[in-house]
Write a protein that binds this ligand. Structure first.
Ligand SMILES: *Cc1c(COP(=O)(O)O)cnc(C)c1O
Length: 409
């Protein structure tokens, strides 16, 4: 047991999310800085050899070396954990590094994972291909079919992995139902909360054991850094992940942690503004004659609209997709989608999301370009599909920007 721990910020017990987002972290240094300090240092000087020994032996919690942790990184970890409503958090160098750490910490050869087939492409590659090399088997199931998750459970299932909503179809999974399945199987549930962030959805409230983040997206919120994190109980983070981090070193740089730390301060107002704009844009898109279908959880036409509203604090999030009306074969649909994308003068043509700048992308030839046409078809991603991640651009300007192409199809 740790005798001495790093002290905490003193806040009243009942403070709300917005206050936590600007206050939680570490106590101020002796200089009394109001904005959090950026500790760009690889290591920390120890007062004497005996204290160094106690700290290396984990008898005393203190800063030793920035591969283990760093004050700026810890501020970000504590703030994000408090916002997700979990005891602890461990920051990583990217969102994928968080999933790598999750798998390294929890799995061994002979273990089985059940994963949604609609999760982020690199997650499918990491679990389905890279970890298969080490004898970990992953079964992929339908995001929305709770029965399929239940049927996929095996005696050696250790982990369930979901993401909600997904990219680009915005499919929503029932986190509470998956948590029940995990519990009765003696397995743990991890939920990638990238698309909603704790401003809209707190998977821990529905029983998720781990919350995965790509800090690259809404947590930074301005497209500046690559970062990631796992949130969960103090016991599991300390037992399963801290030792792996120490040995494997997928650590977050203090500078990138500082960017995310300051990004968290404005997360709620950004998410609210961007989601409201996405709702307006989705409603407008649904009325356009050149559009066949809009995918957005905030719309009544979305198959899991009610579940999404209950789980995501009444918000659809800020990402939507739509399909341009078919005038021919797949090649024609692709040409039409490219025309809409290339006619924009405001939207950034980039696959990133979670930025204040609205981004537009063609999933079939970018994020899902490595899939075969059959795999893409099974995933429901067609050549006429366009994804928009709504930022803080004026929504009327965005409508006009999309109309340049939609109106001239
Ligand atoms: C981007 C993303 C990731 C990976 O995060 P990186 O920071 O790019 O490594 C994981 N999951 C989801 C849902 C994402 O959108």
């Amino acid at each position: 047991m740790m005798d001495k721990k790093i002290s905490r910020v003193e806040l009243p017990d009942d403070v709300r999310l917005s206050t936590i987002a600007v206050r939680e972290g570490l106590p101020r240094s002796q200089w009394g800085e109001n904005s959090e300090a950026l500790f760009m240092t690889s290591s920390f000087v120890q007062p004497d050899a005996a204290t160094a020994a106690a700290r290396f032996a984990n008898e005393e919690e203190a800063f030793i070396y920035s591969r283990f942790t760093n004050p700026t990184v810890m501020m970000m970890e504590r703030r994000l954990a408090a916002m997700e409503g979990t005891e602890a958090c461990i920051a990583t160098s990217s969102g994928m590094a968080a999933i790598l750490l999750l798998a390294m910490g929890l799995l061994k050869a002979g273990d089985h994972v059940v994963c949604s087939q609609s999760v982020f492409g690199s997650t499918i590659m990491l679990l389905g291909r890279e970890f298969a090399k080490f004898g970990v088997e992953t079964g992929f199931v339908s995001q929305t079919d709770v029965g399929a998750w239940r049927r996929a459970i095996k005696p050696n299932t250790k982990l369930l992995f979901a993401e909600s909503p997904t990219n680009p179809l915005t499919e929503v999974c029932d986190i509470g139902a998956l948590s029940e399945i995990a519990k009765s199987a003696g397995a743990l549930l991890a939920v990638d909360n990238c698309f909603c962030s704790p401003a809209l959805q707190k998977p821990a409230e529905y029983g998720a054991d781990f919350i995965i983040h790509s800090g690259t997206k809404y947590l930074d919120g301005q497209g500046r850094v690559i970062a990631g994190a796992i949130c969960g109980s103090e016991k599991l983070i300390n037992e399963k992940f801290v030792p792996v981090m120490r040995s494997a070193g997928m650590s977050l740089s203090p500078f990138n942690a500082w960017i995310v730390l300051k990004g968290l301060e404005t997360l709620s107002i950004r998410m609210r503004a961007q989601s409201e704009a996405a709702m307006k844009l989705a409603t407008w898109l649904e009325q356009q004659p050149s559009i066949e279908r809009v995918y957005y959880p905030g719309l009544k036409s979305h198959p899991q609209h009610e579940l999404a509203m209950a789980q995501q604090g009444g918000s659809g999030g800020a990402v939507l997709s739509f399909i341009v009306k078919s005038k021919g074969d797949a090649a024609q649909a692709r040409k039409d989608a490219f025309h809409v994308i290339d006619s924009t003068q405001i939207c950034s043509i980039t696959a990133n999301l979670g930025d204040t700048k609205t981004t537009i992308t063609h999933p079939a030839s970018t994020s899902h370009g490595r899939l075969t046409e059959e795999q893409r078809h099974a995933a429901g991603i067609t050549q006429g599909m366009i994804r928009v991640a709504v930022g803080l651009d004026d929504v009327d300007d965005l409508k006009a920007d999309l109309l340049r192409g939609l109106g001239t199809l």
